[in-house]
Design a protein around this ligand. Structure first.
Ligand SMILES: *Cc1c(COP(=O)(O)O)cnc(C)c1O
Length: 429
């Protein structure tokens, strides 16, 4: 990947992104000023946001968060956004429900009161991606970009289209040409340009990296490429919300889906920050990664004990997770191993079963990615890897209405004439 030099219409020293102090390399620690860059100029490692939280008093910060709006901006003091972010036009995602899932717990053999589903289908464009796009939008504004773009497995395209529409920016997004109809419509409806690429997500991503280095992409903020350090921080809000909703307590176990692996690494970063800030008690927690078998490069590496993630060619109904060459794969392996977690995968059949199980036990209709996390949770419990006596949070990151094909065949119980006789004949009385 080419190193992007800082090209910005504003002086980066004047950029106000709240507590964000600099970009720092995750490999060598080299620091550079905030800008639309994503790779280290020294070692090509990925850059992430470094903060200055030194001025915060724990109790004051807790009160400030609790008094904040019922969306991700209650955590603005911990995000790369200006203090007045909530007043600007954006979609205000987050503060989604943490559902105590006792019926599902019963089916999975988890103790009552111990299993929770964090249901991110309740976000404005019905996936967790609104969280990350909201951060990237602030970075795009700060750096003076006029077009918002991305490479997407579907949900991100919709989230970018909607956020750009709300902010009054142009959007032009790129997806594999063969995605689910629900994802395509959701990405197109907000009026931006939607381009299907003949290839899989990894081809789309490579194309976008080329476009960034070309004059044709000038002035474009690619939320998950040149704005990736900012974008990625949005996933921390999942960790913040889960802990606050549990009464400022760490869960013991979290099951997180893996596409690029960004979400999982930032959920961990969010938990670490809460511990460091004193907002939660420092106790061990375990992070589990979930993939579909048809695209399981990280779980394959985990099980083989490898540190390197070998790319795969995806073939699964869980298209939102179908990244064959996950950028954050090695970091996911580190986190799963450091926290005593694991990375596991389930077949497409198990994904569909899990979607139906969650719907019939808790009234939550998950997209395929949610089928992956619930299916993996079930498998990890059966295999004795996940402890059913501990507090466990399973992420549902998207809405089943976008992946209806996955549950094709689900439909009418019976078709009857409008008479009581007909109703009785159908055996429904
Ligand atoms: C994008 C996405 C994820 C996770 O993506 P990462 O690249 O691993 O951060 C999970 N679930 C859904 C539904 C998604 O769209």
């Amino acid at each position: 990947m080419a190193v992007q030099t800082v090209v910005t219409s504003t002086d980066s020293s004047a950029v106000d992104l709240g507590p964000a102090a600099a970009l720092s390399c995750r490999e060598c620690g080299h620091r550079v000023p905030l800008g639309p860059v994503f790779a280290c100029e020294e070692c090509f490692g990925p850059l992430e946001i470094a903060y200055d939280f030194s001025a915060y008093d724990t109790e004051e910060l807790r009160k400030r968060i609790e008094a904040g709006p019922a969306n991700i901006w209650r955590y603005a003091p911990l995000l790369p956004v200006p203090a007045d972010v909530a007043e600007k036009p954006n979609l205000n995602p987050g503060w989604t429900k943490l559902v105590q899932a006792d019926h599902l717990a019963g089916e999975l053999g988890v103790e009552p009161g111990k299993l929770f589903v964090k249901d991110d289908s309740g976000n404005p464009t019905h996936s967790f991606k609104d969280r990350v796009v909201a951060q990237a939008l602030e970075a795009a504004r700060a750096f003076g970009f006029t077009t918002l773009s991305c490479s997407s497995t579907g949900n991100l395209a919709g989230a970018v289209g909607a956020a750009a529409a709300r902010a009054g920016l142009r959007s032009c997004v790129f997806i594999p040409h063969d995605l689910e109809q629900g994802k395509v419509v959701m990405a197109a409806i907000y009026g931006g340009e939607l381009v299907g690429i003949e290839g899989n997500y990894d081809d789309v991503n490579r194309f976008c990296s080329e476009l960034i280095g070309d004059p044709a992409g000038e002035g474009w903020g690619f939320v998950n490429v040149n704005l990736r350090p900012y974008y990625a921080e949005g996933s921390k809000t999942l960790a913040y919300e889960i802990c606050e909703q549990l009464g400022w307590r760490l869960p013991d176990q979290i099951v997180v889906p893996i596409a690029s692996g960004s979400q999982l690494t930032k959920v961990d970063k969010g938990l670490q920050e809460l511990i460091r800030l004193g907002l939660v008690e420092d106790r061990p927690y375990r992070i589990f990664g979930a993939q579909a078998k048809g695209c399981s490069p990280v779980s394959t590496a985990f099980k083989a004990g490898h540190d390197v993630v070998r790319p795969q060619k995806p073939d699964t109904i869980a298209k939102s997770l179908a990244i064959g060459n996950p950028a954050d794969g090695p970091y996911v392996l580190d986190i799963a191993r450091r926290t005593g977690g694991a990375v596991e995968d389930v077949t497409d059949e198990q994904v569909v079963e899990a979607i139906k199980l969650l719907a019939r036990t808790e009234g939550i209709f998950a997209e395929t990615a949610g089928g992956v996390t619930v299916g993996v949770t079930r498998k990890l419990i059966e295999d004795g890897v996940l402890d059913p006596s501990l507090t466990t949070v399973v992420l549902n990151t998207g809405d089943g209405l976008k992946t209806l094909d996955a549950v094709a065949g689900t439909g009418l119980t019976a078709t009857i004439r409008p008479t009581l006789d007909s109703f009785r004949e159908a055996g429904l009385a």
